[in-house]
Design a protein around this ligand. Structure first.
Ligand code: HEM
Length: 389
């Protein structure tokens, strides 16, 4: 019997990849053929199983292992400090050192600055005319400026930082350009770390160094924060705004009840679950899930996007409901690797939704949603979103 092909491609921006939906209903643990990569992949589709899998470190994140599905993109140069690629005990030790930087309390203190960044992007939109690409004008610059702030990038370097981060985030279509941008970013972060070693400041990197992080680890961490926190948040900002522009009743609901915005952000995170390959692991021993034994050496994918549409956990999962209380979603993953920057992403999304429609009440899509070019690789999103205001 031919195996079903595994694919993370979406044809409908509002739904998970079509092949994944069938798995949720019919084959919660399956073995598929990963045509684009070669070889097989086990898929785990239901919410409860996805959490069990992501909570079990025998499903390894270690990308230095040649069998790990992320090994292709593994870069030994920026590996130290990239906690997303590590297993215990190194993972717990390094994550423990940086976790305190991302608490709700610490991140809430960034609110005035994030409001300023969003307002500045809207000022630039207004100054540029009355139409343009929302991704380029707001969705990309806001999260890159927030990370620049976290890393305390000097103002004179903003333009360089934004340009490189933007090229990197635009994706895999131009692999050579993207790799060059990634390497330029590592070089840049290395100069920042060296400057912090010479003169410590009040920022994440200086505090990591003071807490004993070696230079290479601080560089890897800085690089990871940009990679993990820029394109993801940018894609979610575009998709959230797209949804509100496309569905006026939802926009109206938030205009009338702005107190629903934090709940709306959780629901939109659940609904889009953009980190398509965030749950890829390598089984390093035989592991039983739902009565099925996944053999050691298997590539395994936790399908967080179907888990977040599991009707056993989210009734009427295909309906967008800002009042459902979706905070238990797994869009930020689950277990030891659960997103470190989730409070940053949430705050950025909340602030954008609070400010954008008040300052640009005429904001509208310039093309129908069906014409928006969809991203087809590791993080789901849209490349461009023409709007007018
Ligand atoms: C909407 C935006 C975001 C989404 C959907 C998202 C999603 C995720 C997911 C699914 C993981 C788990 C990966 C795994 O299990 O292997 C993760 C990990 C991570 N994220 Fe995010 N993320 C977002 C924003 C951010 C931001 C803004 C930052 C930092 C400023 C960030 C930093 C990280 C880091 C450092 C990890 C690795 C944690 C670890 O391995 O211990 N993310 N993210």
């Amino acid at each position: 019997m031919t195996k079903t092909a595994f694919s993370t491609r979406r044809t409908d921006p509002y739904g998970p990849p079509a092949a994944h939906r069938r798995l949720l209903a019919e084959e919660p643990i399956a073995q598929l053929e990963w045509t684009e990569r070669g070889g097989d992949v086990w898929t785990v589709a239901k919410y409860e199983d996805v959490r069990a899998m992501l909570g079990n470190t025998s499903f390894s994140s270690d990308r230095s292992h040649p069998l790990h599905p992320g090994h292709m993109a593994y870069n030994p140069r920026s590996h130290p400090g990239r906690i997303i690629e590590m297993d215990p005990p190194a993972h717990a030790a390094q994550r423990g050192r940086v976790m305190g930087e991302f608490t709700v309390k610490k991140i809430s203190a960034m609110r005035p600055r994030i409001e300023e960044i969003v307002n500045q992007s809207i000022d630039a939109m207004l100054a540029s005319g009355n139409s343009g690409d929302f991704v380029e004008l707001l969705a990309l610059p806001v999260p890159s400026m927030v990370i620049a702030d976290l890393l305390n990038v000097p103002e004179s370097d903003y333009a360089f930082f934004q340009e490189k981060a933007g090229i990197f985030a635009d994706g895999l279509e131009n692999m050579e350009k993207r790799q060059q941008a990634s390497s330029d970013i590592v070089d840049y972060i290395a100069t920042l770390v060296d400057a912090r070693i010479a003169a410590p400041g009040d920022d994440v990197l200086s505090r990591q160094l003071a807490a004993g992080a070696p230079r290479e680890e601080a560089i890897g961490l800085g690089h990871l924060l940009l990679i993990a926190g820029h394109e993801t948040t940018s894609n979610m900002i575009s998709l959230a705004v797209m949804t509100l522009l496309d569905k006026p009743e939802l926009r109206q609901q938030l205009a009338e009840q702005p107190e629903l915005i934090p709940g709306a952000v959780e629901e939109l995170l659940r609904y889009f679950t953009i980190a398509e390959t965030g749950g890829l692991r390598l089984a390093v021993e035989d592991i039983e899930l739902r009565g099925v034994t996944i053999p050691s050496g298997s590539v395994v994918a936790a399908l967080t996007n179907t888990a977040n549409r599991d009707p056993d956990v989210f009734p009427e999962p295909d309906r967008i409901d800002f009042t459902r209380g979706a905070r238990n979603h797994v869009a930020f993953g689950f277990g030891p690797h659960q997103c470190l920057g989730q409070n940053v992403a949430r705050l950025e999304l909340v602030v954008v939704l609070e400010i954008l429609f008040t300052r640009l009440p005429e904001l509208a899509l310039a093309v129908p949603v069906s014409e928006l070019p969809l991203k087809e690789y590791s993080n789901f999103g849209i490349h461009t979103m023409p709007v007018a205001w």
